[in-house]
Design a protein around this ligand. Structure first.
Ligand SMILES: [Zn+2]
Length: 424
């Protein structure tokens, strides 16, 4: 289907600044255009009066299946959360339940304006199956652990490649996702770096999330986690680092010089008592900073609007500096910076001639957006996600006037409830 979107206000990033423009926007063969086609015969008209149309938000770090554990292991120590809360449930969870809890995740993402996500998952085929069903754009990685990708009894890398083979499409791409330096041996991390270069795949890992992780790494290797990964040849422009909360010494310079991206997850880091990332310093140093929600077991939402608000407010608070991380910087972190990290600059995260048609429509005639005299500020400070009424991904409407078009929520609620009753 081709669309002509009329009467809307468009959020356009002109590089030096983000501006609001008015005018018709066309979606032709899944691609955005400002240029009227020779014939508008096959174009459905969408009237976007009183709507802001902006690029869909990109959640750069999630574990979609974890919605099952939303509000489950709260207000406990980090190690207790992981080893006594999350991991035993993961062991009990049938793969099929991960499919339904991933669909629950995508319904929440769509409702709150996320059109693209980067996922580390644990259950073979379930995340890509659910993403395809929901019509999400995703960069998906089977979580990898162990001493080697090729060791006997460790099928995860094979499964990662099999998922790529089966599901790769215009909207689903696959990445390598070694879990962390404490769950992956140095051999495996080196192998991932090699495979990433050989296969041209992005890689994502958790890094320097907690003080314990950094202390253990210093004790074991005499290096910070960042130095350790750098020495293994893991850090480059194809690398996405989730968290980076506990940075020491030259860590930030090493990351900047490598061209790797950092994904900050302010809610998860704060809630697990891990601290606050030096996000403002990261931006000052010229590091590509993106935003993620992490899983619903540690956030407990997948709402990027809440994450944008938290990111900016926390930085202003800890630096005693209201100028720290302004709205425009934060909106960019959730859009264009993410596109850059994914190798999709000018294709994702922007409303631009030739970009992919990943759009969200927000109601402007709603209290949190009113008066609409500074829309960029609204997006960072007062919007909460419920303003999103219509969502298009890859030229396809997945939500229209708040009605989800690809996900049967009754079925999702029923199946997730059933899994919760048996697994939690
Ligand atoms: Zn995570």
């Amino acid at each position: 289907m081709n669309y002509k979107i009329i009467n809307g206000k468009l959020l356009v990033d002109e590089g030096h600044q983000i501006v609001i423009k008015e005018g018709d926007l066309y979606v032709r063969d899944k691609i955005l255009s400002f240029i009227a086609p020779a014939s508008e015969e096959n174009f459905e008209v969408i009237d976007a009066k009183n709507k802001l149309i902006m690029p869909g938000l990109i959640n750069m770090h999630s574990h979609a299946y974890m919605t099952l554990m939303r509000n489950y292991a709260d207000d406990v120590e980090f190690s207790k959360w992981l080893f006594e809360g999350v991991m035993p449930v993961e062991d009990r969870l049938p793969a099929q339940a991960a499919y339904w809890s991933s669909l629950l995740a995508f319904s929440e993402m769509i409702r709150t304006g996320t059109t693209c996500f980067v996922d580390m998952h644990m259950y073979h085929r379930q995340s890509p199956l659910a993403a395809r069903e929901a019509g999400m754009r995703g960069y998906i990685g089977r979580g990898l652990v162990g001493a080697s990708l090729f060791e006997e009894g460790n099928p995860r890398f094979r499964e990662a490649l099999a998922e790529k083979e089966e599901f790769e499409s215009d909207t689903l791409q696959f990445i390598l996702s070694p879990h962390a330096i404490y769950s992956c041996g140095p051999g495996l991390l080196k192998e991932v770096a090699e495979q990433s270069r050989e296969l041209g795949l992005l890689k994502q890992t958790h890094l320097s999330e907690s003080i314990t992780e950094v202390e253990n790494c210093l004790k074991e290797h005499g290096k910070t986690p960042v130095e350790y990964l750098a020495d293994l040849g893991f850090l480059d422009e194809q690398t996405i680092l989730a968290h980076c909360v506990q940075m020491q010494g030259d860590d930030l310079d090493i990351i900047r010089n490598s061209g790797a991206t950092i994904v900050t997850n302010p809610a998860s880091n704060a809630k697990l008592g891990n601290g606050f990332a030096q996000a403002a310093e990261m931006v000052e140093k010229g590091i590509n900073l993106c935003i993620g929600t992490d899983g619903a077991a540690s956030n407990n939402t997948l709402n990027m609007f809440r994450e944008m608000t938290l990111l900016s407010l926390i930085q202003k608070g800890i630096h005693h500096d209201p100028v720290s991380l302004p709205a425009e910087t934060v909106v960019r972190a959730a859009t264009v910076n993410a596109a850059k990290a994914l190798g999709m600059k000018d294709r994702l995260g922007v409303i631009k001639e030739g970009a992919a048609a990943d759009l969200i429509f927000l109601d402007l005639d709603t209290p949190s957006m009113f008066p609409a005299n500074n829309i960029l500020s609204s997006l960072c400070y007062s919007a909460g996600g419920s303003e999103v009424s219509t969502v298009m991904i890859d030229g396809k409407l997945v939500m229209r006037n708040r009605e989800l078009l690809t996900i049967d929520m009754e079925k999702v609620y029923y199946e997730v409830n059933k899994a919760a009753e048996t697994c939690l």
